[in-house]
Design a binder for this molecule. Sequence first.
Ligand SMILES: Cc1cc2nc3c(=O)[nH]c(=O)nc-3n(C[C@H](O)[C@H](O)[C@H](O)COP(=O)(O)O)c2cc1C
Length: 356
Amino acid sequence: MADLFTELTIRGVSLRNRIGVSPMCQYVADEGRANDWHFVHYGSRAVGGAGLIIVEATAVAPEGRITPWDLGLWDDGQIGPLKRITEFLRDQGSVPAIQLGHAGRKAGRSQTWLGNWRVEVSQGGWERIVAPSPVSYYPLDGAPEELTEAEISKFTDAFAGAAVRAVEAGFGIMEIHGAHGYLIHEFLSPLSNKRTDRYGGTFENRIRFLMEVIHAVRKVIPDSMPLLVRISATDWMPDEESWEPDQAVELARRMKSADVDLVDCSSGGLVPEQKIHPVPGYQTGFSERIRREAGVLTGTVGMITDPLHARQIIQAGQADLVLIGREFLRDPYFPLHAAGRLGLDSSWPDPYHKAK
Ligand SMILES: Cc1cc2nc3c(=O)[nH]c(=O)nc-3n(C[C@H](O)[C@H](O)[C@H](O)COP(=O)(O)O)c2cc1C
Protein backbone atom coordinates (compact mmCIF):
# COMPACT_ATOMS: atom_id res chain seq x y z
CA MET A 1 0.00 0.00 0.00
CA ALA A 2 1.18 3.50 -0.78
CA ASP A 3 2.44 5.36 2.26
CA LEU A 4 4.10 8.69 2.96
CA PHE A 5 7.52 7.11 2.97
CA THR A 6 7.12 4.71 0.08
CA GLU A 7 8.69 5.64 -3.24
CA LEU A 8 6.64 7.36 -5.89
CA THR A 9 7.61 6.74 -9.49
CA ILE A 10 6.40 9.27 -12.01
CA ARG A 11 7.29 8.38 -15.60
CA GLY A 12 11.07 7.79 -15.48
CA VAL A 13 11.72 9.39 -12.09
CA SER A 14 11.45 7.97 -8.57
CA LEU A 15 11.00 10.05 -5.45
CA ARG A 16 12.31 8.62 -2.19
CA ASN A 17 9.11 9.63 -0.41
CA ARG A 18 5.85 11.45 -1.15
CA ILE A 19 6.74 14.70 0.59
CA GLY A 20 7.46 17.65 -1.68
CA VAL A 21 8.47 21.22 -1.01
CA SER A 22 5.70 23.32 -2.53
CA PRO A 23 7.00 26.09 -4.78
CA MET A 24 7.48 29.27 -2.75
CA CYS A 25 8.73 32.55 -4.19
CA GLN A 26 11.65 33.97 -2.27
CA TYR A 27 11.81 37.33 -4.06
CA VAL A 28 15.56 37.72 -3.61
CA ALA A 29 16.93 36.91 -7.08
CA ASP A 30 19.28 39.21 -8.98
CA GLU A 31 18.00 39.91 -12.51
CA GLY A 32 16.30 36.51 -12.43
CA ARG A 33 19.46 34.72 -11.31
CA ALA A 34 19.59 32.43 -8.30
CA ASN A 35 22.13 33.26 -5.58
CA ASP A 36 23.43 31.89 -2.29
CA TRP A 37 20.06 32.39 -0.58
CA HIS A 38 18.46 29.98 -3.02
CA PHE A 39 21.33 27.54 -2.66
CA VAL A 40 21.04 27.44 1.12
CA HIS A 41 17.23 27.57 1.16
CA TYR A 42 16.67 24.70 -1.26
CA GLY A 43 19.77 22.86 -0.10
CA SER A 44 18.56 22.79 3.52
CA ARG A 45 15.28 21.21 2.53
CA ALA A 46 17.12 18.53 0.57
CA VAL A 47 19.26 17.82 3.64
CA GLY A 48 15.95 17.70 5.53
CA GLY A 49 14.81 14.71 3.48
CA ALA A 50 12.27 16.06 0.96
CA GLY A 51 11.58 13.62 -1.86
CA LEU A 52 10.80 16.44 -4.26
CA ILE A 53 11.73 20.09 -4.21
CA ILE A 54 9.83 22.36 -6.56
CA VAL A 55 11.79 25.55 -7.05
CA GLU A 56 9.62 28.66 -6.87
CA ALA A 57 7.69 30.24 -9.74
CA THR A 58 10.36 31.08 -12.30
CA ALA A 59 9.48 33.54 -15.01
CA VAL A 60 9.67 32.62 -18.67
CA ALA A 61 9.92 36.30 -19.66
CA PRO A 62 11.23 39.34 -17.75
CA GLU A 63 7.85 41.05 -17.51
CA GLY A 64 6.29 37.77 -16.40
CA ARG A 65 7.88 38.13 -12.98
CA ILE A 66 5.61 38.83 -10.03
CA THR A 67 8.36 41.08 -8.69
CA PRO A 68 11.70 42.26 -10.08
CA TRP A 69 13.28 39.80 -7.60
CA ASP A 70 11.74 36.60 -8.99
CA LEU A 71 13.83 33.86 -10.53
CA GLY A 72 13.82 33.71 -14.32
CA LEU A 73 14.87 31.38 -17.11
CA TRP A 74 14.53 33.57 -20.17
CA ASP A 75 18.29 33.88 -20.58
CA ASP A 76 21.11 31.34 -20.75
CA GLY A 77 23.01 33.29 -18.08
CA GLN A 78 20.37 32.18 -15.58
CA ILE A 79 21.18 28.48 -16.01
CA GLY A 80 24.51 28.26 -14.14
CA PRO A 81 23.43 29.30 -10.62
CA LEU A 82 20.45 26.91 -10.81
CA LYS A 83 22.70 24.08 -11.94
CA ARG A 84 24.77 24.44 -8.80
CA ILE A 85 21.57 24.02 -6.79
CA THR A 86 20.18 21.02 -8.70
CA GLU A 87 23.50 19.19 -8.35
CA PHE A 88 23.45 19.63 -4.60
CA LEU A 89 19.80 18.61 -4.28
CA ARG A 90 20.49 15.43 -6.23
CA ASP A 91 23.55 14.69 -4.09
CA GLN A 92 21.25 14.83 -1.07
CA GLY A 93 18.71 12.44 -2.62
CA SER A 94 16.00 14.96 -3.56
CA VAL A 95 14.62 15.34 -7.06
CA PRO A 96 14.84 18.95 -8.20
CA ALA A 97 11.79 20.34 -10.02
CA ILE A 98 11.07 23.85 -11.20
CA GLN A 99 7.83 25.74 -11.67
CA LEU A 100 7.70 27.81 -14.85
CA GLY A 101 5.25 30.66 -15.00
CA HIS A 102 4.15 34.07 -16.12
CA ALA A 103 2.37 36.36 -13.69
CA GLY A 104 0.07 38.04 -16.24
CA ARG A 105 -1.99 40.80 -14.66
CA LYS A 106 -0.44 40.15 -11.23
CA ALA A 107 3.08 41.02 -12.48
CA GLY A 108 5.31 43.89 -11.47
CA ARG A 109 4.65 44.10 -7.72
CA SER A 110 6.90 44.66 -4.73
CA GLN A 111 7.88 41.86 -2.34
CA THR A 112 4.92 40.70 -0.23
CA TRP A 113 6.64 41.75 3.01
CA LEU A 114 6.86 45.31 1.66
CA GLY A 115 3.16 45.50 0.87
CA ASN A 116 2.74 44.18 -2.68
CA TRP A 117 2.45 47.61 -4.30
CA ARG A 118 2.96 48.21 -8.02
CA VAL A 119 6.64 48.85 -8.73
CA GLU A 120 7.05 52.00 -10.79
CA VAL A 121 9.05 51.82 -13.99
CA SER A 122 11.58 54.24 -12.46
CA GLN A 123 12.14 51.69 -9.67
CA GLY A 124 12.61 48.73 -11.98
CA GLY A 125 8.95 47.88 -12.69
CA TRP A 126 7.44 46.90 -16.02
CA GLU A 127 6.21 49.24 -18.77
CA ARG A 128 3.37 46.91 -19.67
CA ILE A 129 1.22 44.61 -17.59
CA VAL A 130 -0.44 42.08 -19.87
CA ALA A 131 -3.37 39.68 -19.55
CA PRO A 132 -5.94 37.85 -21.67
CA SER A 133 -8.33 40.77 -21.22
CA PRO A 134 -8.15 44.31 -19.83
CA VAL A 135 -9.66 43.24 -16.50
CA SER A 136 -7.73 44.30 -13.44
CA TYR A 137 -6.84 42.39 -10.29
CA TYR A 138 -5.72 45.66 -8.70
CA PRO A 139 -8.34 48.20 -9.89
CA LEU A 140 -6.44 51.15 -8.34
CA ASP A 141 -3.47 50.38 -10.60
CA GLY A 142 -5.44 50.41 -13.87
CA ALA A 143 -6.28 47.67 -16.35
CA PRO A 144 -3.72 45.35 -17.94
CA GLU A 145 -3.25 45.33 -21.71
CA GLU A 146 -4.94 42.61 -23.74
CA LEU A 147 -2.49 40.23 -25.38
CA THR A 148 -2.58 39.82 -29.14
CA GLU A 149 -2.59 36.30 -30.61
CA ALA A 150 0.98 36.86 -31.79
CA GLU A 151 2.05 37.72 -28.24
CA ILE A 152 0.26 34.65 -26.86
CA SER A 153 2.21 32.46 -29.21
CA LYS A 154 5.45 34.20 -28.19
CA PHE A 155 4.71 33.28 -24.58
CA THR A 156 4.09 29.68 -25.55
CA ASP A 157 7.55 29.71 -27.14
CA ALA A 158 8.92 31.37 -24.00
CA PHE A 159 7.65 28.48 -21.85
CA ALA A 160 9.37 26.02 -24.18
CA GLY A 161 12.59 28.07 -24.16
CA ALA A 162 12.61 28.19 -20.37
CA ALA A 163 11.94 24.44 -20.22
CA VAL A 164 14.98 23.78 -22.41
CA ARG A 165 17.10 25.89 -20.05
CA ALA A 166 15.62 24.12 -17.02
CA VAL A 167 16.66 20.75 -18.47
CA GLU A 168 20.11 22.20 -19.07
CA ALA A 169 20.16 23.38 -15.45
CA GLY A 170 19.67 19.79 -14.29
CA PHE A 171 16.04 19.75 -13.20
CA GLY A 172 14.48 16.30 -13.23
CA ILE A 173 10.83 17.35 -13.22
CA MET A 174 9.04 20.27 -14.88
CA GLU A 175 6.00 22.03 -13.47
CA ILE A 176 3.87 24.54 -15.36
CA HIS A 177 2.22 27.16 -13.13
CA GLY A 178 -1.43 27.26 -14.16
CA ALA A 179 -2.80 28.39 -10.77
CA HIS A 180 -3.26 31.34 -8.41
CA GLY A 181 -4.56 33.91 -10.85
CA TYR A 182 -1.41 34.19 -12.93
CA LEU A 183 -1.38 34.28 -16.72
CA ILE A 184 -2.49 30.72 -17.50
CA HIS A 185 -5.24 30.75 -14.87
CA GLU A 186 -6.37 34.14 -16.22
CA PHE A 187 -7.04 32.40 -19.53
CA LEU A 188 -8.89 29.52 -17.85
CA SER A 189 -11.38 31.57 -15.87
CA PRO A 190 -14.28 33.40 -17.49
CA LEU A 191 -13.93 36.02 -14.73
CA SER A 192 -10.63 37.24 -16.18
CA ASN A 193 -10.93 36.01 -19.77
CA LYS A 194 -13.42 38.07 -21.78
CA ARG A 195 -11.86 37.36 -25.17
CA THR A 196 -13.99 36.68 -28.21
CA ASP A 197 -11.25 35.05 -30.32
CA ARG A 198 -10.13 31.40 -30.19
CA TYR A 199 -8.59 31.95 -26.72
CA GLY A 200 -11.82 33.00 -25.00
CA GLY A 201 -15.46 32.09 -24.53
CA THR A 202 -15.93 28.32 -24.57
CA PHE A 203 -14.13 25.92 -22.25
CA GLU A 204 -12.23 24.62 -25.26
CA ASN A 205 -10.98 28.12 -26.06
CA ARG A 206 -10.11 29.10 -22.50
CA ILE A 207 -7.92 26.02 -21.99
CA ARG A 208 -6.24 26.52 -25.38
CA PHE A 209 -3.26 28.55 -24.13
CA LEU A 210 -2.47 26.05 -21.36
CA MET A 211 -2.79 23.11 -23.74
CA GLU A 212 -0.49 24.82 -26.23
CA VAL A 213 2.04 25.46 -23.49
CA ILE A 214 1.82 21.80 -22.39
CA HIS A 215 2.42 20.57 -25.95
CA ALA A 216 5.30 23.00 -26.46
CA VAL A 217 7.00 22.04 -23.20
CA ARG A 218 6.42 18.30 -23.60
CA LYS A 219 8.05 18.49 -27.03
CA VAL A 220 11.34 19.92 -25.72
CA ILE A 221 11.84 17.92 -22.53
CA PRO A 222 13.08 14.31 -22.44
CA ASP A 223 10.43 11.59 -22.80
CA SER A 224 11.40 10.22 -19.41
CA MET A 225 10.88 13.56 -17.65
CA PRO A 226 7.68 14.01 -15.64
CA LEU A 227 5.54 17.03 -16.47
CA LEU A 228 3.38 18.46 -13.70
CA VAL A 229 0.80 21.23 -13.92
CA ARG A 230 -0.35 23.21 -10.90
CA ILE A 231 -3.91 24.38 -11.27
CA SER A 232 -6.41 26.19 -9.14
CA ALA A 233 -9.32 23.75 -8.97
CA THR A 234 -11.75 26.58 -8.24
CA ASP A 235 -11.90 30.38 -8.09
CA TRP A 236 -13.91 30.09 -4.86
CA MET A 237 -16.56 32.33 -6.36
CA PRO A 238 -20.28 31.56 -6.19
CA ASP A 239 -20.61 33.11 -9.64
CA GLU A 240 -21.65 30.52 -12.24
CA GLU A 241 -19.34 32.23 -14.67
CA SER A 242 -16.18 31.32 -12.76
CA TRP A 243 -13.66 28.50 -12.94
CA GLU A 244 -14.88 25.59 -10.80
CA PRO A 245 -14.13 21.93 -10.03
CA ASP A 246 -16.15 20.32 -12.84
CA GLN A 247 -14.05 22.23 -15.34
CA ALA A 248 -10.88 21.38 -13.45
CA VAL A 249 -11.72 17.66 -13.71
CA GLU A 250 -12.33 17.92 -17.45
CA LEU A 251 -9.12 19.90 -17.87
CA ALA A 252 -7.25 17.20 -15.94
CA ARG A 253 -8.57 14.56 -18.38
CA ARG A 254 -7.33 16.60 -21.33
CA MET A 255 -3.98 17.18 -19.67
CA LYS A 256 -3.57 13.49 -19.00
CA SER A 257 -4.16 12.79 -22.70
CA ALA A 258 -1.50 15.40 -23.46
CA ASP A 259 1.05 13.46 -21.36
CA VAL A 260 0.87 15.49 -18.18
CA ASP A 261 1.88 13.10 -15.43
CA LEU A 262 0.59 14.72 -12.26
CA VAL A 263 -1.89 17.47 -11.49
CA ASP A 264 -0.83 19.60 -8.55
CA CYS A 265 -4.16 20.71 -7.09
CA SER A 266 -4.29 24.11 -5.50
CA SER A 267 -7.07 26.70 -5.63
CA GLY A 268 -8.00 30.36 -5.70
CA GLY A 269 -5.89 33.46 -6.26
CA LEU A 270 -7.79 34.78 -9.25
CA VAL A 271 -9.91 37.49 -7.67
CA PRO A 272 -9.56 39.41 -4.42
CA GLU A 273 -13.23 38.73 -3.56
CA GLN A 274 -12.77 34.95 -3.41
CA LYS A 275 -14.72 33.23 -0.62
CA ILE A 276 -12.13 30.92 0.83
CA HIS A 277 -11.99 29.37 4.30
CA PRO A 278 -8.69 27.55 4.65
CA VAL A 279 -8.49 24.72 7.18
CA PRO A 280 -5.98 21.84 7.23
CA GLY A 281 -6.34 19.86 4.03
CA TYR A 282 -8.91 22.26 2.56
CA GLN A 283 -7.79 21.44 -0.99
CA THR A 284 -7.52 17.69 -0.58
CA GLY A 285 -11.06 17.13 -1.88
CA PHE A 286 -9.89 18.50 -5.24
CA SER A 287 -6.90 16.19 -5.56
CA GLU A 288 -9.05 13.24 -4.50
CA ARG A 289 -11.76 13.99 -7.04
CA ILE A 290 -9.37 14.71 -9.92
CA ARG A 291 -7.38 11.58 -9.14
CA ARG A 292 -10.54 9.46 -9.16
CA GLU A 293 -12.43 11.03 -12.06
CA ALA A 294 -9.56 11.89 -14.39
CA GLY A 295 -7.44 8.85 -13.51
CA VAL A 296 -4.28 10.89 -13.17
CA LEU A 297 -1.72 11.18 -10.37
CA THR A 298 -2.36 14.16 -8.14
CA GLY A 299 -0.61 16.25 -5.54
CA THR A 300 -2.33 18.07 -2.72
CA VAL A 301 -1.28 21.12 -0.76
CA GLY A 302 -2.68 23.44 1.87
CA MET A 303 -2.16 23.69 5.61
CA ILE A 304 -0.78 20.19 5.93
CA THR A 305 1.55 20.33 8.89
CA ASP A 306 1.01 17.06 10.73
CA PRO A 307 2.81 13.90 9.55
CA LEU A 308 -0.15 11.75 10.59
CA HIS A 309 -2.44 13.86 8.43
CA ALA A 310 -0.02 13.67 5.50
CA ARG A 311 0.22 9.90 5.85
CA GLN A 312 -3.55 9.52 6.07
CA ILE A 313 -3.99 11.48 2.80
CA ILE A 314 -1.69 9.08 0.97
CA GLN A 315 -3.11 5.95 2.58
CA ALA A 316 -6.68 7.01 1.78
CA GLY A 317 -5.79 7.62 -1.86
CA GLN A 318 -6.69 11.31 -1.70
CA ALA A 319 -3.43 12.20 -3.46
CA ASP A 320 -0.18 10.59 -4.57
CA LEU A 321 2.04 13.36 -3.31
CA VAL A 322 1.77 15.78 -0.40
CA LEU A 323 3.21 19.22 -0.97
CA ILE A 324 4.11 21.27 2.03
CA GLY A 325 4.61 25.02 1.94
CA ARG A 326 4.86 27.10 5.09
CA GLU A 327 5.63 24.18 7.39
CA PHE A 328 8.79 23.70 5.33
CA LEU A 329 9.69 27.33 6.03
CA ARG A 330 9.31 26.65 9.76
CA ASP A 331 11.07 23.31 9.63
CA PRO A 332 13.45 22.45 6.77
CA TYR A 333 13.81 19.00 8.31
CA PHE A 334 10.09 18.25 8.21
CA PRO A 335 10.51 14.83 6.50
CA LEU A 336 13.16 13.68 8.97
CA HIS A 337 11.03 14.79 11.88
CA ALA A 338 7.94 13.24 10.28
CA ALA A 339 9.67 9.87 9.87
CA GLY A 340 10.60 9.99 13.56
CA ARG A 341 7.01 10.82 14.54
CA LEU A 342 5.75 7.90 12.46
CA GLY A 343 8.20 5.53 14.14
CA LEU A 344 10.28 5.00 11.02
CA ASP A 345 14.02 4.96 10.80
CA SER A 346 14.83 8.50 9.78
CA SER A 347 18.09 8.64 7.88
CA TRP A 348 19.71 11.86 9.01
CA PRO A 349 22.73 12.80 6.89
CA ASP A 350 25.98 11.35 8.22
CA PRO A 351 27.38 14.62 9.60
CA TYR A 352 24.13 14.95 11.61
CA HIS A 353 24.01 11.34 12.86
CA LYS A 354 24.07 12.53 16.47
CA ALA A 355 20.74 14.27 15.86
CA LYS A 356 18.84 10.96 15.77
C1 LIG B 1 6.11 32.63 0.75
C2 LIG B 1 5.23 31.88 -0.20
C3 LIG B 1 5.52 31.90 -1.56
C4 LIG B 1 4.73 31.16 -2.45
N1 LIG B 1 5.09 31.11 -3.79
C5 LIG B 1 4.44 30.25 -4.61
C6 LIG B 1 4.94 29.97 -5.92
O1 LIG B 1 6.01 30.44 -6.32
N2 LIG B 1 4.21 29.14 -6.70
C7 LIG B 1 3.06 28.52 -6.25
O2 LIG B 1 2.43 27.78 -7.01
N3 LIG B 1 2.62 28.73 -5.01
C8 LIG B 1 3.29 29.55 -4.18
N4 LIG B 1 2.87 29.68 -2.88
C9 LIG B 1 1.79 28.80 -2.39
C10 LIG B 1 2.39 27.53 -1.76
O3 LIG B 1 3.11 26.76 -2.71
C11 LIG B 1 1.29 26.67 -1.13
O4 LIG B 1 0.44 26.21 -2.16
C12 LIG B 1 0.48 27.42 -0.09
O5 LIG B 1 1.33 28.13 0.79
C13 LIG B 1 -0.41 26.48 0.72
O6 LIG B 1 0.37 25.48 1.34
P1 LIG B 1 0.83 25.59 2.90
O7 LIG B 1 -0.42 25.79 3.69
O8 LIG B 1 1.49 24.27 3.17
O9 LIG B 1 1.76 26.75 3.03
C14 LIG B 1 3.62 30.44 -1.99
C15 LIG B 1 3.32 30.47 -0.61
C16 LIG B 1 4.11 31.15 0.26
C17 LIG B 1 3.79 31.10 1.75
